[in-house]
Design a protein around this ligand. Sequence first.
Ligand SMILES: [Fe+2]
Ligand SMILES: [Fe+2]
Length: 207
Amino acid sequence: MDTVKFTQMKDGDREDYAFLTEHETEYAAGTADRLLTAMVELDKSLSGYKVTRLGHSLQAATRAWNAGADVDWVVSALLHDIGDIYAPYNHDEYAAAILRPFVREQCAWVVEKHGDFQLVYYGEHVGANPHKRHAFKGAAYFDDCAEFCEKWDQSSFDPDYSTRPLDFFAPLVREVFARKTYDPAVVRSGQREALSNAALARTRSAT
Ligand SMILES: [Fe+2]
Ligand SMILES: [Fe+2]
């Protein structure tokens, strides 16, 4: 069997769908590597800053790593702007949709809202509402998103920052996207992890 027998989905049988499921599982296993390739594509997007989009993403992930943040945070920081490629007007939601099955709910929420939170830094200059984040006042992860933007996002446009390469983060991306999807032990709904861990930061800076 090279392809299914049907030309309309409603005519497919159990054998067809078992065949497709096998292919889908195989294809899904390559997600991490496709994302890593897409990150390289980011290098060509959105010029005008002092760093490329890939440079910005790597810098955000490096800051997360250096802060001692856990793998969910580091990978979320790395991929937070991946939506720029195909969804420039809702890049935050796009990135969150990619991450959501594989990371803590806290991280997916922060990535989804980071675009609105970032406006506090430049909204007034572009005719947008700088206080758009106020709509989320009282949300469980409000402070985390504010911290994410302040420490890792708005700050990561410095061409002189010592940024780690994509190869350094590749194993972390593969680890996260090899997880069982929507695993409650990963999603940990409502639970927060700090964006920094001083002990881990010290260990990492020593290597
Ligand atoms: Fe962004
Ligand atoms: Fe960003």
